[in-house]
Design a protein. Sequence first.
Length: 229
Amino acid sequence: MKHRLFLFDLDDTLLDFKASEKLSFTRTMQQLGLPDGMDGLFAQYQAINVALWRSFEAGAVTKDFLKVERFRKTFAANGLECDPELASRLYLDSLPDTVVLIDGARQLCETLAGIGEVGIITNGVEHIQTRRIASSGLQAHISFVSTSEASGYAKPDVRFFEYASKMARAFRKEDAVIVGDRLDADILGANRYGIESCWFNPERAANESEAVPTYEVSSLHDVVPALAA
């Protein structure tokens, strides 16, 4: 295998963020005194959250604004008189306790750490991501964590990847590969920065974007064989 630096997206690549998100959202709503059976509310929150993250990645809103605004919009749309700032705090405090690993994540990180260096590249909230990694059991295999919060830029901005590359023990573009589930952030970012990429595509979705992955897998168990091919 030619690669020696493996840059992993975190959410929905190594950690099942969708599962964690729903568990944390449900727990937060319960703490706010809202009834069970809030699937419709969660679906609305997800749509609002995704749109706000896209705005953040485009540089249109700040992360601090996003963290509260997603709850404010969800509550306003449903006529709920709940405190969005309190909801945000409760939700973020809950996330590190609801970590769910993607199948094969621990084995993959352990294997690649034995070959070279494993780094995390994430647009998530830094202190939350650090706690989630610690809860996941992956920390022993991870050399560094690069966040948009610390770098001041979000994937797919080239400046984010420049910041991440400086955190590695040794960095050469020809030795590095990005593994991630999002074409618009991970794979496009790799294309722009000039390094190889592996698209983790468990749903086997069609690629209708401008991003061009070097490799594509539907299971984390297939990453090592793909990179070694």
